[in-house]
Design a protein. Structure first.
Length: 183
């Protein structure tokens, strides 16, 4: 049996209350094209430099993923204000281009924090997307089951519990009798 992909493991752990907080604070690497975009943009700007100018504006890139998959943060350090502005906007353009226009990056300046934040959606695999969809369905089923009256809604509860069992079996590799019963 093949090991479960990281997204599947993340989603399975996120459904367990004891692990939820840890899953949300986990760190995973930024997308591969991000490093190339950073090198492409920062190297020329570093050569122009700000010799003798005090750096003071932080620049970071946030690669977002659907909940519960963790986001990635890439810190680019402190830059002189004019260089930080240029770096953030040039990097956003490069990220968008290198992602094949699939991941449009936006720049936000947070003056109270002295920071430029470049945000873009990180691509996820089809397997991870399916795991996220199952995670959402599992959490909704659990909420519905908790709201049902065990006596008055017994028939409905049995059906929801069967669907929940099937969905949980994807990540837990729990054998189930008949997956055709729940569609």
């Amino acid at each position: 049996m093949c090991p479960a992909p990281p997204g599947e493991i993340t989603c399975a752990l996120a459904t367990i209350p004891a692990y939820t907080a840890g899953v949300r604070t986990a760190r995973i690497p930024a997308p591969g094209y991000l490093r190339a975009a950073v090198d492409e943009v920062t190297l020329p700007i570093q050569w122009q430099g700000s010799v003798g100018v005090e750096a003071g504006v932080d620049v970071r890139v946030l690669s977002t993923r659907p909940d519960p998959l963790p986001n990635s943060t890439l810190l680019l350090g402190q830059w002189a204000p004019d260089l930080a502005h240029r770096l953030a906007h040039d990097l956003a353009r490069s990220i968008t281009e290198r992602s094949g226009q699939r991941s449009p990056a936006t720049v936000t300046y947070l003056p109270d924090q002295g920071r430029y934040e470049i945000t873009h959606p990180a691509p996820i695999s089809d397997t991870d997307a399916a795991a996220v969809a199952r995670y959402i369905r599992i959490t909704r089923l659990r909420a519905n089951l908790a709201a049902l009256d065990p006596v008055a809604d017994a028939d409905c509860a049995v059906g929801l519990a069967a669907e929940l069992h099937v969905l949980e079996s994807y990540s837990r590799r729990v054998p189930f009798t008949d997956d055709r019963t729940v569609r």
